[in-house]
Design a protein around this ligand. Structure first.
Ligand code: GFB
Length: 318
């Protein structure tokens, strides 16, 4: 098999301004790849089929990382289910159809650990997909991501397309979204403790009992490059650390790093979401990949990025 990430490869990072896409760009540039293709949201709306087809036909990528998505934390998912379902369905359908009908790109589709049933066995093996009802707070997003991975499998089966899909656990890192209304828990807590300072109080949503697994986005980018080169199978593959902790433990961890004397209170009117979604990462481990960045180290560097940028990244969030 030829290397889809050779120095001559034209590599499209769809969603290059987002958390995952910007980490991928950093990683691919460090790899020495120079023929990187990007299009901002203003230049190309991936929800537009004709525009997406035309862009792919004109740019002819050899490898595609499909990291473009409408994403957000639990509150954004609850309040904007139509956006999360429609945008993500359209993005996946348009990019995969365009790549299947124009050229022979290898495409890596990004999903999420929330595609698995709410009551899935823990840790969650890839085979748990579609074994039961989804978690209601992120059902719309999950349905779109399940459709995307099924579409990748369908193109593979019907047309021999080299489409693969990876399911990461909760991500965080430099380039994260720190807007408290739409952020995921980790950047939200970093910001809240940063603003609370030494004597302030931080409000943590929900009961604090749910458990989450956190993967640094630079580790994810490393795993995605690994999979683009080494993985060519219809089955989705989980990407995580294999370790999780409660939101209570996470809040204490962020407090100890950012504002050790701050107080924590819980707001039980906010949703907990799924009780647990620890990924079974044995398939990826067996291929030879393991994460490198510890959670404390990752929180420190993400906090640094927040202090330097005020949480504002260049470009659009899609
Ligand atoms: O990260 P998060 O928003 O999303 O919330 P999910 C994780 C847990 O942290 C929930 C709690 O139990 C929240 O109630 N939490 C505590 C907070 N304090 C806060 C806070 O200040 N902000 C936020 N956001 N949460 C998302 C899905 O679920 O995970 C997406 O909705 C996606 O679709 C993503 O799959 C990875 O982990 O619950």
């Amino acid at each position: 098999m030829t290397d889809p990430l050779s120095p001559e490869s034209r590599v499209w990072v769809a969603g290059h301004n987002g958390l995952v896409g910007s980490a991928l760009l950093r990683r691919l540039k460090a790899e020495g790849l120079s023929r990187l293709l990007v299009a901002s949201h203003a230049e190309l709306d991936l929800r537009n089929q004709a525009a997406t087809r035309a862009w792919v036909a004109a740019n002819r990528p050899d490898a595609v990382f499909l990291a473009a998505a409408t994403v957000g934390g639990i509150q954004a998912n609850v309040t904007r289910p139509a956006d999360f379902l429609y945008d993500n369905l359209m993005i996946a359908a348009n990019v995969l159809e365009a790549c299947a009908t124009s050229g022979n790109a290898k495409v890596l589709v990004l999903g999420s650990s929330c595609i698995y049933p709410r009551e899935a066995p823990q840790p969650i093996p890839e085979e748990a997909l579609l074994g039961g009802p989804l978690e209601p707070t992120n059902e719309a997003y999950a349905v779109a991501k399940i459709a995307a991975l099924k579409l990748a499998q369908a193109y593979r089966k019907q047309h021999g397309s080299r489409f693969i899909s990876a399911m990461p656990s909760n991500l965080y890192g430099p380039g994260d979204n720190f807007d408290l209304a739409t952020a995921h828990v980790l950047p939200a807590l970093i910001r809240k403790f940063h603003e609370a300072g030494q004597s302030g109080t931080v409000t943590v949503w929900g009961s604090g009992r749910p458990k989450r697994e956190f993967l640094h986005v630079d580790d994810l980018a490393d795993a995605l490059v690994f999979l683009m080169r080494r993985y060519d199978d219809a089955a989705p593959i989980n990407v995580g650390t294999g370790e999780d902790e409660t939101i209570v433990e996470l809040a204490a961890r962020v407090r100890d790093i950012v504002a050790p004397r701050a107080h924590i209170v819980f707001d039980a009117t906010k949703p907990d979401g799924t009780p647990r979604k620890l990924l079974d990462v044995s398939r990826l481990r067996a291929l030879g990949w393991k994460h490198r960045i510890g959670l404390d180290e990752g929180i420190r560097s993400t906090w640094e990025w927040y202090k330097q940028t005020g949480g504002k990244r260049q470009g659009a969030s899609q």
